[in-house]
Design a protein around this ligand. Structure first.
Ligand code: AHR
Length: 500
């Protein structure tokens, strides 16, 4: 079968936003301890950060990092994590039934973020806490010296404000699993008043209200409506979270997961614009897709400890990703890019060890999961303007979405540099697709590079001992002749084609 793509520099969606390539570091499992931070590791730097993980983070092309949670933040006391480390209390983390030693806190995270060359995104606790604590952490982080909390930051070794611009008003407050879970009305009031107060402190902040934890939540849609109707003037973005997995051997539905992400984004945009019309506002609310990934949530790896067992940094959510997972993951990035007109920020959940593209062994090696590759390549080569792609492809039936396209694609065009990048997936588990893309409207182009991520065993994965089992390979079947790009896309594959 054939997939036909029509591309044109006029099919412009929006500029590529660097913040699309954000990630997430939560105090969860081994993301922080033995992930980004391990002072006893041979590769630890003078601050205790693993330099191998820092290098991989930079190679991944991460733009921003959300911190410190996640479910964790809804019971977190931020001030436990500042000041002399020996004075910091250990506490139970109810979200992950673990013990939080508080060795890493806000100042350490900011030191790490500077080294990783990422923008921070900080979440305040609106589960067990409220306006006062949100203002406290904001003043500690961002106020110039001369007031108590800023002076305390200076005494802790940071005379200059950290200058954090993006702030999340809590985390997944619609979820009954969340500590301090709230109804839409309760959350709307708290988020609005917290945002109003934070803006009194600093009008230039970019504030994210909690949207739905996934598109299957019973309150999906109604939640966004209630929250935005109350908070519209005070927030810039509404969050969206989504995780996908192959369940009950339903491979076909899993391969079409990006259909849900498209629907999720389109529905939140429709709801936000409904509120805009209703309130007669000019401003548009954008989306912060601040948790997305493949996550095998139903497997044992995701079950927190229980009973008297409250370990520090346990092995939790350490999913091992397959070639097929990386194809779905690359397709989710295609969906995010395609919606760059309304998705202003996104965070891959998470960065290290916990459902992550980077894995580490305590005291030992670090390596790249399969998902590392589509993220790094998309972040590196998506430049200039995002272009919509007109696509004609066969379809396949699946239980979750009915009928889905066997192919999906997006492109980016950097007019100044004359560089075109085409990201395309073959989501069929049955057949190779013959690609035929009309690129004539871009003028003279040459094929720079064609890479395909595919494995004859879709369940093949990268491990510590075989970290290169699934890596993108040159796709020599792709050719450019007279403005037409042709070649073969194997079943269950993700490809990047670069032209200039
Ligand atoms: O990323 C793992 C968890 O998923 C986060 O803590 C939570 O916000 C979401 O449910």
């Amino acid at each position: 079968s054939q997939v036909t793509l029509t591309l044109n520099p006029a099919f412009r969606v929006a500029p590529v936003r660097r913040r699309t390539f954000g990630a997430f570091v939560e105090h969860l499992g081994r993301c922080v301890y033995t992930g980004i931070y391990e002072p006893d590791h041979p590769a630890a730097d003078e601050d205790g950060f693993r330099s191998d993980v820092l290098a991989l983070t930079r190679e991944l092309g991460v733009s921003s990092v959300r911190y410190p949670g996640g479910n964790f933040v809804s019971g977190y006391r931020w001030e436990d994590g500042i000041g002399p480390v020996e004075d910091r209390p250990a506490r139970h983390d109810l979200a992950w039934h673990s013990t939080e030693p508080n060795t890493v806190g806000l100042d350490e995270f900011m030191a790490w973020a500077r080294k990783a060359e990422v923008e921070p995104m900080y979440a305040v606790n609106l589960g067990t806490r409220g306006i006062e604590e949100a203002l406290d952490v904001l003043q500690y982080a961002n106020a110039p010296q001369g007031i108590a909390l800023a002076d305390e930051r200076a005494a802790n070794g940071n005379p200059e404000p950290h200058g954090i611009r993006m702030w999340c008003l809590g985390n997944e407050m619609d979820g009954p699993w969340q500590t301090g879970h709230k109804t839409a009305e309760e959350y709307a009031r708290l988020a609005t008043e917290t945002a109003r107060a934070m803006r009194q402190e600093d009008p230039d902040l970019e504030l994210v209200a909690c949207g739905s934890s996934n598109s299957s939540m019973e309150t999906f849609g109604a939640w966004e409506n209630t929250v935005l109707t109350d908070s519209y003037d005070f927030v810039d973005m509404i969050s969206a979270h989504a995780y996908y997995a192959e369940r009950d051997d339903d491979q076909a539905s899993f391969l079409a997961s990006a259909d849900d992400m498209d629907h999720f984004i389109d529905s939140v945009v429709a709801t936000a614009d409904h509120v805009r019309a209703k309130l007669k506002k000019d401003k548009r609310i954008m989306i912060s897709f601040d948790e997305w990934n493949v996550w095998y949530q139903h497997r044992a790896e995701s079950r927190p400890p229980s009973g008297d067992d409250w370990p520090v940094a346990p092995v939790l959510l350490e999913d091992v990703y397959s070639a097929q997972d990386a194809v779905v993951f690359g397709n989710l990035l295609i969906s995010l890019l395609r919606h760059s007109d309304r998705v202003a920020s996104a965070s891959l959940a998470q960065l290290v060890n916990v459902i992550a593209p980077i894995m580490t062994e305590p005291g030992g090696a670090s390596w790249k999961q399969t998902t590392f590759h589509p993220f790094a390549l998309t972040s590196r080569h998506a430049r200039g303007e995002v272009l919509d792609v007109r696509l004609d492809a066969p379809t396949f039936d699946n239980a979750r979405f009915g009928t889905s396209s066997a192919a999906d694609a997006v492109a980016t065009w950097d007019e100044e540099a004359g560089e075109l990048a085409v990201f395309v997936v073959n989501r069929s588990n049955q057949e190779e697709l013959a690609l035929d893309a009309d690129l004539a409207s871009f003028g003279e182009l040459e094929l720079v590079e064609a890479l395909t991520l595919h494995h004859e065993d879709p369940y093949a994965a990268n491990t510590k001992d075989a970290p290169e089992t699934v890596v993108p390979q040159a796709n020599d079947s792709l050719r450019l002749e007279a403005g037409r790009l042709t070649g073969a896309l194997p079943a269950i594959s993700w490809s990047l084609v670069r032209l200039a």
